[in-house]
Design a protein around this ligand. Structure first.
Ligand code: 5RP
Length: 231
């Protein structure tokens, strides 16, 4: 067991805080979703109290709510279609810095914000680093098309499962009013091709595969004593 598995929250905090240190005065930043980014916002809040002037674009209702609690000024992609950087968590990161996201069903907005950013900082703990992306891909879909989308995903060789709520009966409804299908593939050999193929299914909004941002991605891997940064 390495140090990060002994204290996963500490590792996430370390990564989240490190990313917050990379934010400079005057920046507009994308605020991802999830427990690691919450630490980034915690640290940003401390820095804002000391005079840092920034604004953030939240990728979910959860992030927007927390950002308001932390006193982080918010803005939108309407006002800032191009932004300095986006900071977000991930569920898996492979050696080429391709990602799987979407555990929190926020990956559509997260992808929009990452696409708008000059630089994409991904904050994770060591457990998220994988030799190869595993087979579970969250896919946001329009409820109207659930049946044909499920059929087409199945034809692509996966087992599609409609994500159901916890403390809510029935399907998870995303912040965009859609459903999530968790598509379990036996093996993902070509993530870029899979991302493109899933995206072509009518009714699919976005998949949780993030293969198009590797050129502008920096991954911060939190540890107990120090963070590892790639590249
Ligand atoms: C939400 C996401 C999250 O960024 C991802 O699940 C990582 O979350 P955490 O930092 O809590 O491990 O993709 O849709």
């Amino acid at each position: 067991m390495d140090s990060t598995t002994r204290d996963p929250a500490g590792a996430k905090r370390a990564a989240g805080y490190k990313a917050a240190e990379m934010v400079k005065d005057g920046m507009v930043i994308g605020l991802g979703t999830g427990s690691t980014v919450m630490y980034t916002m915690e640290r940003l809040s401390q820095r804002i109290k000391k005079g840092l002037a920034i604004s953030g674009i939240p990728t979910s209702f959860q992030t927007a709510m927390r950002a308001r609690e932390y006193g982080i000024p918010l803005t939108t992609l309407d006002d800032h279609p191009v932004i300095d950087l986006a900071i977000d968590g991930a569920d898996e990161v492979d050696p080429q810095l391709r990602l799987i996201k979407g555990r929190g069903a926020a990956h559509t907005r997260e992808k929009c914000v990452a696409a708008a950013a000059h630089r994409f900082i991904v904050v994770v703990d060591e457990q998220k680093m994988v030799a190869r992306l595993d087979g579970l891909v969250p896919v946001e879909i329009v409820p109207f098309a659930i049946r044909p989308v499920m059929d087409q995903l199945q034809n692509m060789g996966c087992t599609p499962v409609l994500r159901e709520g916890v403390k809510k009966d029935g399907p998870v409804i995303t912040d965009n009013g859609n459903f999530i299908i968790d598509a379990r593939f036996k093996k993902i050999t070509k993530p870029e091709k899979l991302e493109a193929a899933i995206g072509l299914i009518p009714g699919v909004v976005e998949s949780g595969l993030f293969c198009g941002f590797t050129h502008k991605t920096t991954v911060i891997i939190g540890g107990e004593k120090r963070c590892r940064i790639i590249p």
